[in-house]
Write a protein that binds this ligand. Sequence first.
Ligand SMILES: N[C@@H](CCC(=O)N[C@@H](CS)C(=O)NCC(=O)O)C(=O)O
Length: 250
Amino acid sequence: MALPYRLITIGPSHYCEKARWALDFFAVPYSEEPHPPLLHWAWSLSSGGGRTVPVLVVGARVLDDSTAILRFLDEQYGGERRLYPTDPELRTEVDELEELFDARLGPHTRRIAYFHLLPHRSLTLAAVSPGVGAGQRMVFSLGFPVFRWLMRRGMNINPASVERSVGFVRQAFATVGDRLADGRGFLVGGAFSAADLSFAALAAPVLLPPQYGAALPSLEALPEAVVDLISELRGSAAGDFGLRLYRDHR
Ligand SMILES: N[C@@H](CCC(=O)N[C@@H](CS)C(=O)NCC(=O)O)C(=O)O
């Protein structure tokens, strides 16, 4: 029997991981429908969402943004365990951090990851193919040079933009590191929240946590330049924190 919740994704996408983690956090049964990048439009748009994934379809309701999905799930299923604190001041802090990570971290970790992945056809196909139907896999594989060109163009992926993105990621990691400097275990209010989940999920492309909810390339398979960056970020206070969140809460 089909599960009532459909999660339309690009498997390795970290915004999709945010939604998947929240569904798992509340133990909500769902079926994931992964698609290759760009081909996903056919499914995200026809299900009533926009051009981006994740899209969560709940009966007649369509949620087409990861934050909207987390908020919806928290309202529906947040009892003792919540992703958003009920205290208004703490809630504002969580909302602001989530927005910061969505806007200032996620696009940059994604650009860095694709910059290093896209030159390697087999690594890219291995990342985007799990769970994808045979027809779509074939189309993406045959059209790979075109899809790669479109992805580089669509996400403005080039050496100069990637260098800027590395700077933004270091900045976001420093912000998180500063917050943790007083010894706190979580970003806001002493409990795991949407701020922690968003940071860990959106930082995952540059941390490669083993518990990630989709297939990411192994560190050994990646080019040296990005391995050095991943090692640097893993060794930072924020990186260590992100990996711990995955170990203890994913
Ligand atoms: N604000 C959105 C961003 C999601 C997003 O950027 N998703 C990417 C995948 S990582 C996407 O679908 N990109 C396809 C496109 O822009 O055409 C969210 O939080 O859900």
